[in-house]
Design a protein around this ligand. Structure first.
Ligand SMILES: C[S@@+](CC[C@H](N)C(=O)[O-])C[C@H]1O[C@@H](n2cnc3c(N)ncnc32)[C@H](O)[C@@H]1O
Length: 210
């Protein structure tokens, strides 16, 4: 990932705001109470963590990413925003990491993946791990590329080429697999298709018996 982002990270936030659509809707949906613990898996430049801190100033924020280059940028931006005391960052592979040893916090009230599952090989493992890290009373949120079923065919084709160029591989089975993993964990799922199916916004809620 460092090869992908070594230079791109410098223009990442300015360019991605035009096509990573739906991130602020996910942040709205987090709706945490004060003092809750929120983890972003695949946090990139820290853009979402900074927006989350602005929306909910009294929560504790954590981010992991596999790319040292992205984490360097995230660290700089979080420091510049004066949020160093609110946000902890660590390098980790989403598919298997121990947040207890990284952050001293082993489970979280909110866990989210924002346009990261589509970049992670074996993303199901990352999802399963994210669910294990979510408190029984907490929720896991995903925003990622949909299948663009309601966009013109040419737009869908161009987007597919563009995304593959950036090592992004949206899985058409994303919703089905999330529903099946959530049901094994006795959690309900809400799915929204946004912007003509460009974006999927998915929430896995608290365990039903929690
Ligand atoms: C498209 S960026 C999204 C960044 C951020 N979540 C956002 O919404 O702006 C995807 C991020 O996932 C990270 N990533 C890819 N594979 C990963 C893995 N196996 N474990 C952790 N992070 C990973 C990349 O390094 C990159 O920062």
């Amino acid at each position: 990932m460092d090869d992908v982002y070594r230079y791109q990270r410098h223009i990442y936030d300015a360019s991605r705001k035009f096509y990573l659509l739906g991130r602020d809707r996910l942040i709205d949906a987090l709706n945490p109470s004060d003092d809750m613990h929120i983890l972003e898996i695949g946090c990139g430049t820290g853009r979402n963590l900074i927006q989350t801190a602005a929306a909910y100033p009294n929560v504790h924020l954590y981010g992991v990413d596999i790319s040292h280059a992205m984490l360097d940028t995230a660290n700089q931006q979080i420091t510049r925003a004066g949020l160093k005391a609110h946000v902890q960052l660590a390098q980790a592979d989403a598919r298997d990491f121990d947040p207890g040893s990284l952050f001293g916090q082993s489970r979280f009230d909110r866990v989210f993946f924002s346009f990261s599952l589509s970049m992670i090989p074996e993303w199901q493992r990352a999802l399963q791990h994210g669910l294990r890290l979510t408190q029984d009373t907490g929720s896991l949120h995903v925003v990622d590329f949909g299948q663009q079923e309601r966009l013109p065919k040419w737009a869908k084709t161009c987007l597919g080429v563009w995304l593959r160029w950036f090592h992004v591989h949206p899985d058409p089975r994303l919703i089905d697999i999330i529903e099946s993993e959530a049901s094994l964990d006795h959690r309900p799922v809400q799915v929204q298709s946004l912007y003509r199916d460009y974006t999927w916004l998915i929430e896995i809620s608290a365990k039903q018996d929690a």
